[in-house]
Write a protein that binds this ligand. Structure first.
Ligand SMILES: CC(=O)SCCNC(=O)CCNC(=O)[C@H](O)C(C)(C)COP(=O)(O)OP(=O)(O)OC[C@H]1O[C@@H](n2cnc3c(N)ncnc32)[C@H](O)[C@@H]1OP(=O)(O)O
Length: 202
């Protein structure tokens, strides 16, 4: 497996690969100043001999993950920590990572290259689009829809059936009781829009 991104998030993904007994072939990062991650050497270019290896994008920034996903690489199927609980009826897209102690309940759909972070709860019939990130401890209750590239902050809660647009940001600890439009940044309990996210090259 190639780990693309030598970040803090990369460290957690390395732990998942280790516990799944998957071999780490190379760690890549576009930043030439990053030379190592823990005990691993970090390269800027993919070793030609590894061009058929599967790749996981290990970067927390949703837009950077989207840009890397456009490259011609062989992305892995979803990586699931063995101590996560994922329903048989859930559907997870390629490159999505599911961290320890998270729960993904029945009939949920999670898109490509999403992060379902540590201890988050994704309830039944939730739909999460590509490149979204559900932060540690967030609670997404039943029938919620989350748009592409949206970031749900740590410990946020979303009440059932709410629709959250694309490239929105929900602040840490927010409680979302109303629909959230595309690009909105929402904080507090009850959640209120404080601004709109200026996304370029979406
Ligand atoms: C493994 C991991 O670590 S995963 C990482 C998980 N990361 C997170 O959960 C971070 C989520 N991010 C946040 O909560 C951020 O504070 C954001 C994105 C909502 C806002 O960040 P910024 O755009 O930098 O806003 P800024 O810090 O300038 O705050 C703007 C206002 O909102 C308030 N505010 C910011 N965040 C919150 C919050 N989570 N809850 C309540 N109020 C908040 C600020 O106090 C400030 O209020 P003021 O204008 O009255 O002073």
């Amino acid at each position: 497996m190639i780990v693309y991104g030598a970040s803090g998030h990369g460290k957690v993904i390395i732990d998942i690969l280790k516990v799944l007994d998957l071999k780490i072939d190379q760690i890549l990062d576009d930043n030439p100043e990053i030379k190592c991650l823990q005990n691993y050497t970090v390269a800027q270019n993919l070793d030609e001999s590894l061009k058929h290896s599967e790749v996981v994008i290990a970067i927390g920034n949703n837009m950077i993950r989207k840009n890397i996903a456009a490259k011609n690489l062989k992305f892995c199927a979803a990586l699931i920590h063995p101590r996560a609980m994922v329903s048989d009826s859930a559907n997870l897209g390629k490159g999505t990572v599911v961290m320890a102690n998270s729960v993904i309940n029945a009939c949920t759909k999670v898109g490509n290259h999403c992060i379902i972070n540590t201890g988050s709860i994704i309830e039944h019939d939730v739909h999460i689009a590509d490149f979204a990130h559900i932060s540690p401890g967030a609670i997404i209750t039943g029938n919620v829809e989350i748009g592409a590239g949206t970031h749900i902050g740590a410990g946020a809660s979303i009440i059932p059936g709410i629709k959250i647009g694309k490239w929105a940001i929900i602040g840490a600890g927010a409680v979302i009781i109303d629909e959230v439009p595309d690009y909105a940044v929402v904080v507090g309990n009850p959640g209120k829009i404080i601004k709109f996210n200026k996304i370029k090259n979406e």
